[in-house]
Design a binder for this molecule. Structure first.
Ligand code: NOJ
Length: 441
């Protein structure tokens, strides 16, 4: 029974968790990230060779979803598994994904399927990858989307086309993620191609399955100048905001790719039935710093307490609210799903705190009229966190990577309670009475 003090979410709200194939499956050795990992680029020399062995243990992991009372699950289908070579379909791999989807449906869990979550087939990258916009080259992606949509028609209703185009672009800016390049012009081109792939995926899925709901996933990056009085910091922050948010929103609304002024790609306009929003942290930027972004340890509260441990990220629940509002202003005519939110930490009570404070903000946005229909925590299990390897633990469920043993964390139990009651129950809220961390501007 709901209590008066409970913070209740709308009826039918989806409570899910999110994953990506390469980060959990194991054996995804036919993609560009695998190549990148082999170059020794990953912290502690980790690789996704085994990851969480989810390819073999998916039933166990879906049972965990059930234990957490989740009614939705976001996963990706690995293009390089379905098409290990150009035009050569691996029917067995495809069937395996069908089995996975069936297992979710059996458990009454609504699948959200992502088509491009950072990994691309090696053969496609050898043809120029995201820097090649030839029609025949992009046709391969279309073929993949077509096969997936035809195969999953009637089973999967929700598709995410691309995961975080701005982060895909980082692989050409910082050099720290695949393909490990540092070239701003290439980055802009790669981002543009990624947006075109979104349009391809959208139109392909809709032509196969007009009832499907298709949307991109954008990682909203909230940035502030490190020194609010410095013109340089302000300019740099405005530029970063444009690259990470503005350019993507503009291309979806106006069909204009980055740097495109006079012409436009009209096929990009109105290509979202819903908008997916990922939100993690807040960054302060300064041109004078060695790393440009100020680490969270600089935050007098969470930094001093040593809370923002794993990635130096600075959690910012109010920023989550701002991110939702930003996307709502741009896409108020379509529903929103929070397709990812979470924290990589070994401190599980910090994870609970962060989860609750973010959900409060999400609820606030709903009460103000934002049509948010679901929330996907990243992630169900600890997994391979790209260039950071296995160190940052994002899971609601602990994974012992030596034995593959899964153990539900306390945060997982809290999430289960929230999902079951479709609310932030007063009993939980009482344990986390006020926010203990706020960024200091
Ligand atoms: C967003 C990405 O989609 C996901 O792959 C990653 O693991 C999380 N952020 C955490 O960094």
């Amino acid at each position: 029974m709901a209590q008066k003090e409970d913070i209740v979410f709308p009826k039918g709200f989806l409570w899910g968790t999110a994953t990506a194939a390469h980060q959990i499956e194991g054996g995804t050795t036919n993609n560009n990230w695998w190549l990148f990992e082999k170059e020794g680029t990953i912290k502690n020399n980790d690789s996704a060779l085994v990851a969480c062995d989810h390819w073999n243990r998916f039933k166990q992991d879906f049972d965990l979803l059930k234990k957490l009372n989740c009614n939705a699950y976001r996963m990706s289908i690995e293009w390089s598994r379905i098409f290990p070579q150009p035009g050569t379909l691996d029917k067995k791999a495809l069937d395996h994904y069908v089995t996975m989807i069936n297992e979710l449906l059996k458990r009454k869990i609504t699948p959200f399927v992502t088509l491009f979550h950072f990994t691309l087939p090696i053969w496609w990258c050898n043809e120029g990858g995201l820097l090649n916009r030839d029609k025949e080259h992009l046709e391969h992606f279309k073929q993949f989307c077509d096969v997936v949509a035809k195969t999953l028609k009637g089973k999967v209703k929700f598709y995410n086309t691309i995961n975080e185009p701005s982060i895909v672009m980082l692989g050409y800016i910082t050099g720290t993620s695949a393909p490990g390049q540092k070239n701003m012009l290439k980055a802009i081109k790669a981002l543009g191609t990624t947006m075109l792939m979104h349009a391809i995926a959208y139109h392909t899925i809709k032509s196969v399955d007009p009832d499907a709901k298709v949307g991109i996933v954008h990682n909203v990056q909230i940035t502030k100048p490190y020194n609010p009085n410095s013109i340089m910091d302000k300019l740099f922050t405005a530029f970063a905001d444009y690259c990470f948010n503005g350019a993507i929103i503009r291309s979806l609304k106006k069909g204009k790719l980055p740097l495109q002024i006079f012409s436009s790609h009209r096929e990009l306009i109105n290509t979202n039935d819903f908008i997916g929003v990922n939100f993690y942290n807040f960054i302060r930027l300064s041109l004078r710093l060695k790393d440009l972004a100020v680490p969270a340890t600089d935050n007098p509260v969470c930094g001093k307490k040593g809370l923002c441990v794993s990635l130096g990220w600075e959690p910012y629940p109010e920023g989550f609210y701002l991110a939702i509002k930003l996307m709502h202003n741009a896409f108020s005519h379509i529903p929103m799903y929070i397709t990812e939110n979470g924290i990589g930490t070994n401190d599980d009570s910090w994870r609970q705190r962060v989860l609750i404070d973010h959900l409060k903000m999400l609820h606030k946005a709903i009460t103000e009229g934002v049509d948010i229909r679901g929330y996907f925590y990243w992630s169900i299990i600890d997994n391979f966190e790209w260039e950071h390897g296995y160190e940052p633990r994002f899971g609601l469920v602990h994974v012992d990577f030596k034995t593959q043993k899964r153990t539900i964390k306390h945060s997982g139990m809290v999430y289960a309670q929230i999902a079951k009651s479709n609310a932030l129950p007063a009993t939980i809220l009482k344990k986390f009475p006020e926010e203990i961390y706020k960024p200091q501007f």
